[in-house]
Design a protein around this ligand. Structure first.
Ligand SMILES: C[S@@+](CC[C@H](N)C(=O)[O-])C[C@H]1O[C@@H](n2cnc3c(N)ncnc32)[C@H](O)[C@@H]1O
Length: 263
């Protein structure tokens, strides 16, 4: 599955505001004394995790960014400039080896876990646990979504969108909204202590372009899931667009962050 740099740029300020400060600070405590801290990030896109974590970790970090999209990785490379950042372009659905090709003190990811299947997640947890590494996942979608003002069809569109979230995103049937809780359970079964917190998106009336692109994505996914509802879901989207344009629309989208630490 591919993600446009335009969409990643629009969501980044909303992501950064939503990211749980409590969990980010816990990661910083976990890495205290590692100079530099070595962090491998999964599905890095344009490097949003680096920018989000700078206020918590400072600059003494050796990042290893991984992604299968070379255009996004080029953007991340431009941003990283001369810093000590390593880049691995690899399709992680085939093998997890690229993740462990460089030494790391922690594995991180953001806005990624909901794309993967149970099988893939089990392999990831097993490989992370066998190395006794901490694992930090931010901004995993949890299935809660609410648009304001409410419209009659909101529930139907969100329900169809959530079912689409469970279709194959390149890793087999995706966990979608169940991903964060499943990952937490797997890490606890592997003997980890897990701390989690909500990291919900709060889209304000000022986030017009973000809201438009998000809801267009929901409408398209919902129509793919229920083609017979195409006309109804398109009408819903047009009504939502009007509310966004008028500065009347806000939304909340539920996410979860967690830090898993080997006991
Ligand atoms: C929603 S984006 C999140 C990007 C970034 N972590 C952020 O928070 O902005 C998901 C990322 O996962 C990457 N991705 C999707 N499938 C992948 C795969 N099979 N192997 C490696 N990366 C993948 C995408 O290219 C994209 O950059």
């Amino acid at each position: 599955m591919s993600f446009s740099s335009e969409w990643l740029a629009l969501r980044e300020p909303v992501d950064h505001a939503a990211r749980s400060k409590k969990i980010a600070r816990k990661l910083a405590e976990q890495l205290a004394g590692k100079n530099p801290a070595r962090i491998t990030d999964i599905g890095s896109g344009t490097g949003s995790t680096i920018r989000a974590m700078r206020p918590f970790l400072g600059d003494d970090v050796q990042w290893h960014l991984t992604d299968n999209d070379d255009a996004l990785m080029d953007l991340a490379r431009n941003e990283a400039g001369g810093s000590e950042t390593a880049f691995t372009i690899a399709d992680l659905s085939h093998s997890l080896d690229p993740l462990f090709s460089k030494p790391a003190d922690v594995i991180t990811t953001s806005a990624f876990l909901d794309l993967v299947s149970l099988d893939w997640l089990e392999q990831l947890v097993s490989q992370v646990a066998s190395r006794k590494l901490p694992f930090y996942a931010a901004l995993t979608y949890d299935g809660r979504a609410m648009c304001k003002p409410e419209l009659k069809r909101d529930g139907e569109v969100i329900s169809a969108f959530n079912r689409h979230q469970q279709t194959d995103k390149g890793f087999g049937p995706a966990l979608g909204p169940a991903a964060a809780d499943t990952a937490i359970r797997l890490f606890e079964q592997a003997g980890y202590q897990v701390t989690s917190a909500r990291s919900d998106w709060e889209g304000t009336a000022n986030h017009k372009e973000f809201q438009k692109m998000l809801l267009e994505g929901w409408a398209m996914a919902a129509i793919e899931t229920e083609p017979v509802q195409e006309a109804s879901f398109k009408t819903w989207f047009l009504e939502r667009l009007r509310l966004i344009e008028n500065g009347e629309a806000t939304l909340m989208v539920g996410h979860k962050d967690f830090l898993a630490v080997p006991a």
